[in-house]
Design a protein around this ligand. Sequence first.
Ligand SMILES: Nc1ncnc2c1ncn2[C@@H]1O[C@H](COP(=O)(O)OP(=O)(O)OP(=O)(O)O)[C@@H](O)[C@H]1O
Length: 587
Amino acid sequence: MEFATFANRAATIEAESADLEIVAHVRDLLTEAGDDLPIVARFVQGRVFPAWDSTTLDIGPNTCYEAIARAAGTNVGADDVEERLAESGEIGAVAASYDFGGQQGLGAFVGGGGSGAGGADDDNDDNGGNGTDDLTVRKVHDTLTDLAAAEGSGSQDRKVDLLFGLFNRCSSDEARYLARLVLSEMRIGVGEGTVRDAIAEAFDVPQEPVERALQVSNDYGQVAETARNDGVSGLDEIELKIGRPVQAMLAQAGTVTDALEEWDAAAVEWKYDGARIQLHHDPTNPGNPDGDSNGETHVFSRNMEAVTNALPEVVEFADQHLDCPAILDGEVVAIDDDGSPLPFQEVLKRFRRKHDVAKAREDVTVRPVFFDCLHADGDDLLEEPLTARHDQLQSVLAAEPQQEPEEIDGFSLLWVTDDPDEIEAIDADALETGHEGIMLKNPDSTYSPGRRGKNWQKRKPDVETLDCVVTGAEWGEGRRATFLGTFELSVRDGDDLEAVGKVATGITDEKLEELTELLEPHIVAEDGTAVELEPAVVFEVGYEEIQTSPTYSSGYALRFPRFLGVRYDKDTEGAETLERLETLFES
Ligand SMILES: Nc1ncnc2c1ncn2[C@@H]1O[C@H](COP(=O)(O)OP(=O)(O)OP(=O)(O)O)[C@@H](O)[C@H]1O
């Protein structure tokens, strides 16, 4: 397909506002694309490479300005391009404002070659033979692929040369969309859904298999071509591939209350405070293109970037623990010398690092923990329910079949329960172990790549906090026998204090020790392990919601109260009133 045809169609699409019309234009574009279908299906979304491919053009705006300036004529400089950009605010319009094509002499000079139409791009010139100088989408694609591969000293000059070669052959409309493509600013209103619908319409296949194939392959070009050449049966055959990342399933904010209302039971997991990773490993395929592994290993970020070389611990983990081809979804967490998790900021010192990885590894250690399994030993598991995928994860990671789940390295435990108290206890454990909290998942849900839906919920940070007086507590058990815990919370009602609940969640042993020291002097009565406290200390607590309750003297109860801190700056006079609790309940 000629690049001019593509550019014309892009202009038509950009001018169109009706979604259905846009789909129809994209459909026509795909139908006309011929052998260039995979390229066109990506270009129309502003992509040069498939979504799974982390190759980038690595072109800064200045490289692009310089190439435009050079193609625009001897007396145009990059600063002139920038000035026009400041005026128009859009690189496509700037590129379209120049008259290109007159720089053959300079092109020959710059590239040192003699292909006339662009000096620097004298290889694979698909127009050379027929005597015309029309740019094709394939030529643009191949040149940009060469450009992406340029590295090392002189690579920026080479990139400018290659880009100049393309702009020099562009008409005004072609230049507009080339500039936008190169700077990832296509913005003609074509989203992923549009291309999916257009593929289905163009090649007369239902949307569902197209959608599935897109989720699995992350490649609009491949899916478009398969839909055209092999129809539904071809699409159904597209499978996950080791080395091609899948978009990560995402979570939305939720509450325990909502989760238990929606599902019979919730799958509860710890929420790790690290960075999302997707591990692809094939021990049967020696010769790793990426990273230092015995098999083939790739680690991808949440955005499907390759981060393999930055995380040698994960590659080593794969080598040691995986003996079948697998794709695992998880989190990489920074840990201290005892293996306890460190804050997220520490992981960032390691993630995406390209240089001095060994040195960075000495400073910060990371370890992976996996909560999902997308592929195991030849089977794609996206369509399996969460609990089945988790069972697979366990068997993939277990060193021996009978290994206790708690003993399995890198394996995130999952509890399926409809008991709010159990969920609260899991949350408390998670926080105490230094994790962020909990995730609540639908145990029956399939894995939906790239989707942020109700099936995965991260427990929402508390909307409101309350400052409550601590009026009672209980001595703990076992190793916590010397600590006070399970604190009774009250609000003021005139001169009285009325209980609204008990908080036991979100408190570490260290904190319990501090709180015990703080509260012990205020004990006024003891009955077994129960302790009555004179009102003196105010806790800030979070909660999910307020409900009416016969259990506490206030007539209300906080659902899922969580300890946030001591309000050392407040005395009991500053604590919350029953009146405010009522207002909050009403609202
Ligand atoms: N057990 C788990 N299951 C799923 N995700 C987990 C789990 N533990 C930690 N996570 C992390 O939590 C993330 C989702 O919540 P979070 O709010 O932390 O993510 P974010 O990147 O800040 O926001 P968002 O994903 O909503 O844009 C996941 O992408 C994953 O990285």
